[in-house]
Design a protein around this ligand. Structure first.
Ligand SMILES: [Zn+2]
Length: 81
């Protein structure tokens, strides 16, 4: 396939760990890890993106340099939903 990626959610790829203070979508909020995928898997980003899309409008994907993984995260405002 020549077009392997279909973005269904806001995807932010950052060279940073899961708790990313510089992430616009997290905006300084803590984030709960939903799922993570090894970046060595060519489907990892689309799988992570799909996991984020299924979890809510604020969920998005971080790239974690430590471990070389795509991590779907859900930021929250200190109260569980
Ligand atoms: Zn973020």
């Amino acid at each position: 396939m020549s077009t392997p990626t279909t973005m269904t959610a806001t995807t932010v790829v950052l060279p940073a760990p899961v708790s990313t203070t510089g992430c616009r979508d997290c905006a300084g909020r803590p984030a709960k890890r939903i799922a993570s995928y090894s970046a060595g898997d060519p489907r990892a980003l689309s799988e992570a993106d799909r996991a984020a899309a299924a979890s809510g409008p604020d969920a998005h994907v971080h790239y974690a340099a430590r471990g070389d993984r795509y991590v779907a995260v859900q930021p929250y405002n200190g109260e569980a939903r």
